[in-house]
Design a protein. Structure first.
Lengths: 235, 1033
C-alpha cells in the first residue's frame, strides 16, 4: 500500500488548442511511496506540471487512472475533486502565491480555516521558522520567508500530499536550499508525502524517488534508498 | 496594420464584457444627453414650427375701449409689425345637444393664429360656426350640421355683441392658441371655459374690435422658443406700448372732447332751462293776472247777481208790501164803504122814520099848536137835522172814499207799473250779468286755454330738456363708465400654456444636463478603472519598449483605439437610440398635456457630434492619463511585475476589541476593501449612483404624488368649495347656512399678482370670515418646523413657494396687483406650507385696510366628515352659488396632469438599472481579473466555488451596502436638486421620499448587485487554477 500510495496509470492529458490536439501527458505511469520525498524532474514542457496539476486536482486526465491513498481521483466530480484539494493536497507554488493582503499567520489560517483536522497555524509557522514573523505581510517578507509561509500554509491543512511546483525557482541558491531542506524535514518529521517538481536535476539526490519525464512520458524512475541531505548537494 | 487591428479585435473579443460595459456606458451618456436634449429641442422646434405655420401671435393687445380703424392703422404703420389682425373675442354660453357650456368665440382669423379645419369647412355666413375638435370628439353626440345656441344671461347685452343666436356647426377646427387641454377662465358661469369656437366675422355686431393679434417682423426668423425670443417679446411689447400710449393719448383727447361736448351740452341745457323758466314765468304772470281778473269778474258777477236778486227781491217785497197795503187800503176802504153804505142805510131808515113821524105830526096839528107838539116838532126837526148832518157826513165820507179809492187805484196802477218796471229792470240787469258771465266764461276759457298751452308747452319743453339732460347724462355716464383708455399688451409669456410648454422643455433640458452628467462621470470612472487595468496588463510590454528606447505608441494606440472604439460605437449607438427613444417617451408623456404635433425625432446632428466627442474625448484623456502615469516608472520598474498592492494593517485592527470579534473572512474582507481603495470607491460610486438615481426616481414619484397627498391630506381640510356671487346681504348667507353642512367657512378670495423683489406670481388672497375657524379648513403650519402658524387680525401669511419666488421673508413688504392694474402693498408676517397654487392669507381687517374694500364673502369652504354630497344639489340651486368644486375631483385632475412627469421617473429607473448593471458588472469583472491569481490560488487551496464566491461577494456585499447607504444620501441630494429643477410654477413639490422608496431603491440595487454577482459566479467557477502557477505577468 505504501508503495502504491500514489499511482499514475497510463495517464494521458490532451489539450486542444486549435485543431491539433497536443498531448502534454502521453501515457504516464508511475507510483509514489507514502511519506517520501518525490521529485519529478524534466525539461520545460515535458509535462511535469501537467502531472502535478492532475495530481493536485487542478486538472484532470483525458484518460488513464490516478489513485491517491487507494482512491481514484480521476473519476471524481468537480465538488469531490475540490474536497480532495481541500483535504488531501497542500500546494506550494513557484511564486508563493500568498495573499498579499493577509499576514503570514492569516495566509496560513486561510488554509486551516477550511480544514477540520488542520494544524495550528501558529505552530506550523513556528515549525517553518517564522514564529517571529507571524504578523508580517508578504510584502514585508523575503522570498524565502514567503515560500516558508506558503509551505506552512500547505502543510497546515495536514494534507496527504504536499505538492511543490518549482518551489525554489524564484529563490536564490541559499534560500532555495533552505526551502528544500524544509521540505525534506517536513517529509521526514511529519511524514507527509512530498512531490516536488523541478527542472533542476541537481536536486535529484535528496529525493527518495525521482521520476524523470520527457515529452509527456516517463523516461526513468530512480529509487534512492539513501537520499543525500540537502546541505550536501550543490548546483 | 491588419495585424494591428486583428490584435485590437482579439483584445476586444477577449475582454468583451469590459468592452461592452464601456460601450454601454458611453451609449447611456450620449443617449441620455442627446435624447433628453433632443426631446427638449425637438419639442421646442416643433412648437416653433407649429407657431410659425399658424402665424401665432407675438403680442395680443386688448384695450379698455376696443380698437377702431385708426388703432389698427397705427399698428400697421409701425415698421416692426409684420401682421396686424384685429379680431373679436367674446365669451358666451353655448348650448348644443342640451349641454350648456361657457365658451369662447373667436372671429375667424385672417392671417394670424390660423386655424386648421380638420373636418367640414370654414364658416361662410354669419350664422355658421366651427367648434373645436376635442369637444366634438369627446361628446360624440355633437355632429357637424347640428345647431348651437349662443346666449348670455342678458340677451340685450348679447345682441350688442352678436346678431344671431343660432349657429350651424359646419366644421371642426383646431386653434394654435390652445396647446394644452386647459381652456382658461371666463367671467361666465363657474368661471371656466369649456371649449372654443370660431364664428364668421360678420356674426359680430360690435363696431370696434375687442382684440388685436400682432405678429412681429422679428419673430419670423427667430426660434420662438428661446430666451432670446422672450427678450425680444419684451422689447416688442415696449414698441406696441408706445403706439398704445399715442393711441390712448388720442383717445384721451377724444374723451376730453366728448367731455367738453357734454359740458357744452349742459351749458346749453341750463340756458334752455333758464329760458324756459323765464318764458314760463312771464306766461304764468299773465295768466295769473287773467286769473285775478277772472276771479274779480266772477266775484263781481256773482255779487251783481246777488245784488240784483236782492234788489229785485226787495223790489218785489216792496211791491208786495205796497200791494198788501193797497189791498189793506182797499179792504179798509171797502170796509169804510160798507160802513158808509151801512150808515146811509141807517140814515135812510132814520129819515124815512122821521118823514113818517113828521107826516103823523102834521096831521096832529101844525106847529105852534100845542107846545107838546111843537117839542115833538122841534125834536123831529133836530133829528132831521141830525140825519141831514149824517147824510152830509156820509157824503163827505163818500167823497173821501172816492178820493181814497182813486188813491188806491193810483196805487194799484203805480204798483202795476212798478211790477213792470222791476221786471224790466231785472231782465235788463240780469242780461247785463249774463253778458258778464259770458264774458267771464270766455275769459275763463281763454285763460284755461292759455294755461293748457302753457302746460303743454312747458311739458314739451321740459320733455325736451329732460331728453337733453338724459342724453347728456347718458353721454356722461358712458364717458364716466368708459374705463380710462388703456392698452393691455400680452406676450406669449402671459398666455400661460405657451410659457408652461417652454418652461417644461427648459426643465426637461435641465434634467437633460444633470443625468447625463452622472452617466458621463460614471463612464469616465469606469473607463479609468478599465484602462488602468488594461495598461497594467501590458506593463511589462511597455517597460520592454521603453527599455529599448521606444516610446511604445503602438500600445498606447491600441488602448486608445480600444477606448475610442467603445466610446465611439457606444456613443453613436447611444445617440441613435437615445434620440429615438427619449423623445418618443417624453413626447408621448407630454402628449397627454399638450396638443402640439408629435415631435419628429431627427438625430440632432451637432448635439450628437458634441456628445460623442465628449464621450470619446473623455476616454482619450482617461486613457492617456492612465497610460502616461503608468509610463512614469523606469523601464526596470515597469518590466518587473507590479507587485500586487501591499497588504496593510487597517485602522480597524488597532481597535482590538472589534477586530478580534471579526471572523477570519471578515478581516480578510475589510483588508481587501481597504486595499483596493480606488476600485472600492469606483464600485461604491457605481452602486451609490444607481441607488441615488433610483431614490431620485422613486422620490420624484413620491414628491409628485405627495403634492396631492400633502395638499389635500394635510393642508386643505375642507372637502368641497362653493364659489359664490358677491354676497352683500345677510339673507343670502342665512339661506346658504340653511343648505350647507354645519362645518363651513365663508371666505373672500381675490386674485392678484404678487410681486416681491425677486419676482412675481399669480396668487389668491384668502380672507376667512372667522379667524378662529380657519385652522379647521386649512392647516397653516410653518414649512421649516411643521409648527402651526397662528392667524390673527394682523396676519398676512404667504405660502412658501410664493414667498420663495418673490424673495419675501416674514417682515418684508410685497405688492399685490389686481387685473385692472390697481396695486396694493402689504407686509408678510409669516410663511406657511402649501403645495398647489399660491395663497396669501389675511384677516378681514387686514384685507379691508389693504384693499380698501369690504371682505364680502365670495366663496365658502365646506367640511363634511363623510364627504356626503347630498346638499350639493340644493346648493347649486341657490342663486348665490356660481359653482361647486369637490376636492376629490380636483385631486384626480391634478393627478392626471402630473402623470407626464412620472414617465420621467420610469425613464430614470430604467437608466439607473442599466447603469447599475453595467457598472457592477464591469467593476466586479475587473475585480476578478485583477485578482485572478489570488482567486486561483484560493481555489487551489480547496475553496469550494461558493466559498470562493463569498470571498469576493463579501467585499461586493459591503460595497453594495455602503454604496446603497451613500446612494441614499446622494439620492436625497439629487432628488432635492431635481425637484426644484422640474418644479412647475403653480406647484411646489414636497422634497419628500417615502420609506418605501428607499426600500425599493435599495432592494433594486441589491437585486442588480446580486444578479451581477450571480452572473459572475460562472466566471468564478471557470477560473483556471493553472493561472495560479503562472508567473506574475
Amino acid at each position: 500500500m505504501n508503495e502504491n500510495y500514489v499511482t499514475f496509470t497510463d495517464v494521458v492529458r490532451e489539450y486542444r488548442t486549435g485543431s491539433v490536439p497536443v498531448r502534454a501527458a502521453n501515457g504516464i505511469t508511475f507510483n509514489l511511496q507514502k511519506g517520501k520525498l518525490n521529485i519529478i524532474v524534466g525539461p520545460s514542457g515535458a509535462g511535469k506540471t501537467t502531472v502535478l496539476n492532475i495530481l493536485g486536482g487542478m486538472d484532470s486526465a483525458t484518460s488513464g487512472k490516478v489513485t491517491v491513498d487507494g482512491r481514484d481521483i480521476s473519476r471524481l466530480s468537480k465538488r469531490e475533486i475540490c474536497t480532495y484539494r481541500r483535504d488531501d493536497v497542500g500546494f506550494v507554488f513557484q511564486f508563493y502565491n500568498l495573499i498579499p493582503n493577509l499576514t503570514a499567520l492569516e495566509n496560513v489560517e486561510l488554509a486551516s480555516q477550511i480544514r477540520k483536522d488542520a494544524f495550528d497555524p501558529r505552530t506550523v509557522l513556528e515549525d517553518v521558522g517564522l514564529g517571529h514573523r507571524l504578523g508580517n505581510f508578504p510584502a514585508q517578507l523575503s522570498g524565502g520567508e514567503q515560500q516558508r509561509v506558503a509551505i506552512a500554509r500547505a502543510i497546515a491543512k495536514n494534507p496527504k500530499l504536499l505538492l511543490c511546483d518549482e518551489p525554489t525557482g524564484a529563490l536564490d541558491y541559499e534560500t532555495g536550499k533552505s526551502i528544500l531542506q524544509l521540505l525534506q524535514d517536513v517529509c521526514r518529521i511529519k511524514g507527509v508525502t512530498v512531490v516536488v517538481i523541478t527542472h533542476n536535476s541537481a536536486v535529484m539526490p535528496i529525493a527518495d524517488r525521482v521520476i524523470k519525464i520527457k515529452s509527456g512520458k516517463v523516461k526513468a524512475i530512480l529509487h534512492n534508498d539513501n537520499p543525500t541531505p540537502v546541505s550536501d548537494i550543490e548546483w | 496594420m491588419n495585424a494591428y487591428f486583428k490584435d485590437l479585435f482579439r483584445e476586444i473579443k477577449n475582454t468583451m464584457g469590459r468592452f461592452l460595459s464601456l460601450l454601454i456606458l458611453a451609449s447611456l451618456g450620449t443617449s441620455s444627453v442627446v435624447g433628453i436634449q433632443a426631446a427638449a429641442i425637438d419639442m421646442r422646434n416643433i412648437a416653433d414650427k407649429t407657431y410659425k405655420e399658424h402665424r401665432l401671435y407675438d403680442l395680443q393687445i386688448k384695450s379698455t375701449m376696443g380698437f377702431d380703424d385708426d388703432d389698427i392703422a397705427a399698428l400697421k404703420n409701425n415698421a416692426e409689425t409684420y401682421l396686424v389682425m384685429p379680431t373679436t373675442i367674446i365669451d358666451v354660453y353655448a348650448n348644443v345637444a342640451d349641454i350648456n357650456s361657457a365658451v369662447r368665440t373667436y372671429a375667424l382669423p385672417d392671417g394670424v393664429n390660423t386655424i386648421d379645419i380638420i373636418a367640414g369647412r370654414f364658416p361662410e355666413k354669419a350664422d355658421e360656426c366651427v367648434i373645436e375638435e376635442r369637444h366634438l370628439l369627446n361628446d360624440g353626440n355633437i355632429q357637424i350640421g347640428d345647431s348651437i345656441q349662443l346666449s348670455l344671461e342678458n340677451m340685450d347685452d348679447y345682441h350688442e355683441l352678436i346678431d344671431n343666436e343660432t349657429f350651424t356647426i359646419v366644421g371642426v377646427a383646431t386653434s394654435p392658441l390652445y396647446i394644452t387641454f386647459q381652456r382658461g377662465n371666463t367671467a361666465l358661469g363657474d368661471g371656466s371655459l369649456q371649449y372654443y369656437m370660431y364664428l364668421h366675422p360678420s356674426a359680430y355686431s360690435l363696431d370696434v374690435y375687442t382684440d388685436v393679434f400682432v405678429v412681429m417682423d422679428g419673430s419670423k426668423t427667430l426660434n420662438n422658443l428661446t430666451d432670446e425670443y422672450y427678450e425680444f417679446a419684451e422689447e416688442w411689447k415696449g414698441t406696441i406700448d408706445t403706439i398704445g400710449d399715442l393711441r390712448v393719448g388720442d383717445m384721451v383727447r377724444e374723451l376730453k372732447d366728448a367731455q367738453e361736448e357734454i359740458d357744452d351740452g349742459w351749458v346749453e341745457y341750463y340756458d334752455g332751462e333758464a329760458e324756459l323758466e323765464a318764458e314760463l314765468e312771464k306766461v304764468r304772470g299773465e295768466l295769473a293776472d287773467a286769473e285775478i281778473e277772472l276771479a274779480d269778474a266772477y266775484t263781481e258777477l256773482t255779487d251783481g247777481q246777488l245784488t240784483l236778486n236782492r234788489e229785485i227781491s226787495d223790489g218785489w217785497d216792496e211791491i208786495y208790501e205796497n200791494e198788501q197795503k193797497i189791498k189793506d187800503g182797499q179792504a179798509e176802504l171797502d170796509e169804510k164803504r160798507k160802513e158808509l153804505e151801512e150808515g146811509q142805510r141807517t140814515l135812510d131808515i132814520a129819515l124815512a122814520l122821521l118823514e113818517s113821524s113828521k107826516a103823523e105830526l102834521t096831521m096832529m096839528g101844525p106847529y105852534g099848536v100845542s107846545p107838546e107838539l111843537d117839542a115833538i116838532y122841534d125834536e123831529l126837526n133836530a133829528s132831521f137835522r141830525e140825519v141831514e148832518r149824517g147824510l152830509e157826513k156820509l157824503d163827505d165820507g163818500r167823497t173821501l172814499i172816492i178820493e181814497a179809492q182813486a188813491e188806491i187805484d193810483d196805487g194799484i196802477r203805480e204798483l202795476n207799473d212798478a211790477r213792470i218796471t222791476i221786471e224790466e229792470e231785472r231782465v235788463k240787469a240780469q242780461k247785463e250779468i249774463d253778458d258778464g258771465w259770458i264774458e267771464y266764461y270766455d275769459g275763463l276759457a281763454e285763460y284755461n286755454d292759455g294755461l293748457k298751452t302753457l302746460r303743454d308747452e312747458e311739458r314739451d319743453a321740459r320733455i325736451e330738456l329732460a331728453d337733453a339732460k338724459l342724453e347728456l347724462e347718458d353721454a356722461q355716464d358712458k364717458l364716466d363708465d368708459a374705463p380710462d383708455p388703456e392698452w393691455f399688451i400680452f406676450t406669449r409669456k402671459d398666455g400661460l400654456d405657451f410659457d408652461s410648454y417652454y418652461q417644461d422643455t427648459m426643465r426637461l433640458q435641465r434634467i437633460g444636463y444633470v443625468f447625463p452628467l452622472v452617466f458621463f462621470l460614471v463612464a469616465i470612472m469606469v473607463t479609468l478603472t478599465t484602462m488602468s487595468r488594461m495598461v497594467e496588463e501590458s506593463r511589462t510590454q511597455i517597460g520592454i519598449y521603453k527599455a529599448l528606447g521606444y516610446r511604445p505608441f503602438s500600445i498606447l494606440f491600441k488602448y486608445l483605439l480600444y477606448a475610442i472604439s467603445s466610446a465611439l460605437i457606444g456613443g453613436v449607438a447611444g445617440v441613435i437610440w437615445g434620440s429615438k427613444l427619449f423623445p418618443f417617451i417624453i413626447s408621448d408623456a407630454y402628449g397627454h398635456m399638450y396638443t402640439l404635433p408629435p415631435i419628429y425625432m431627427p438625430v440632432p446632428f451637432l448635439l450628437s457630434v458634441v456628445a460623442v466627442a465628449i464621450s470619446v474625448l473623455s476616454v482619450i484623456i482617461v486613457t492617456l492619463w492612465t497610460y502616461l502615469s503608468a509610463m512614469g516608472g523606469t523601464p526596470a520598474l515597469l518590466m518587473r511585475p507590479k507587485s500586487p498592492l501591499d497588504g496593510k494593517r487597517v485602522l480597524l485592527e488597532r481597535i482590538t476589541p472589534v477586530w478580534k470579534r471579526l471572523g477570519f473572512f471578515s478581516k480578510v474582507t475589510v483588508r481587501n476593501i481597504l486595499r483596493y481603495k480606488k476600485r472600492f470607491i469606483m464600485s461604491l460610486a457605481g452602486v451609490a449612483g444607481c441607488t441615488a438615481l433610483l431614490v431620485t426616481a422613486f422620490g420624484l414619484s413620491d414628491s409628485i404624488a405627495g403634492v396631492v397627498e400633502l395638499q389635500y391630506g394635510t393642508i386643505i381640510k375642507y372637502n368641497t368649495r362653493a364659489y359664490l356671487k358677491e354676497i352683500e346681504r345677510n339673507k343670502q348667507i342665512e339661506e346658504l347656512n340653511a343648505i350647507l353642512p354645519a362645518a363651513h367657512l365663508f371666505i373672500r378670495e381675490a386674485a392678484v399678482t404678487a410681486n416681491g423683489k425677486n419676482g412675481g406670481m399669480s396668487a389668491a388672497v384668502i380672507v376667512p370670515q372667522s379667524l378662529e375657524d380657519m385652522s379647521d379648513y386649512i392647516s397653516l403650519y410653518s414649512p421649516d418646523n411643521n409648527k402651526p402658524v397662528a392667524i390673527d387680525n394682523n396676519s398676512v401669511l404667504l405660502t412658501e413657494k410664493l414667498a420663495r419666488v418673490m424673495g419675501v421673508k416674514a417682515g418684508d413688504a410685497f405688492e399685490m396687483v389686481y387685473d385692472d392694474g390697481r396695486s396694493f402693498t402689504a407686509e408678510a408676517t409669516d410663511i406657511v406650507d402649501n403645495y398647489i397654487q399660491h395663497y396669501i392669507y389675511m384677516s378681514p381687517e387686514m384685507y379691508k385696510n389693504t384693499f380698501d374694500e369690504a371682505p364680502n364673502p365670495n366663496s365658502v369652504f365646506v367640511f363634511n366628515e363623510n364627504d356626503n354630497k347630498d346638499y350639493v344639489t340644493d346648493l347649486l340651486d341657490n342663486k348665490s352659488v356660481r359653482a361647486v368644486v369637490h376636492n376629490d375631483e380636483l385631486m384626480t385632475y391634478i393627478g392626471d396632469s402630473t402623470d407626464a412627469m412620472k414617465i420621467v421617473t420610469v425613464v430614470l429607473i430604467f437608466i439607473a438599472c442599466i447603469l447599475a448593471v453595467v457598472v457592477l458588472f464591469n467593476l466586479t469583472n475587473i475585480n476578478i481579473t485583477e485578482r485572478i491569481r489570488e482567486l486561483a490560488t484560493i481555489k487551489v487551496l480547496g475553496f469550494y466555488n461558493s466559498e470562493l464566491a463569498m470571498y469576493i461577494y463579501r467585499e461586493n456585499g459591503i460595497v453594495t451596502a455602503v454604496g446603497i447607504l451613500t446612494g441614499i444620501i446622494g439620492g436625497i441630494l439629487l432628488h432635492g436638486f431635481v425637484i426644484t429643477t422640474v418644479e412647475i410654477d403653480v406647484l411646489k413639490f414636497p422634497v419628500l421620499i417615502n420609506l418605501s422608496s428607499y426600500i425599493k431603491a435599495s432592494l433594486l440595487t441589491l437585486l442588480f448587485a446580486v444578479s451581477v454577482n450571480l452572473v459572475m459566479n460562472t466566471r468564478l467557477s471557470k477560473i483556471d487554477m493553472v493561472e495560479s502557477l503562472k508567473n506574475v505577468e
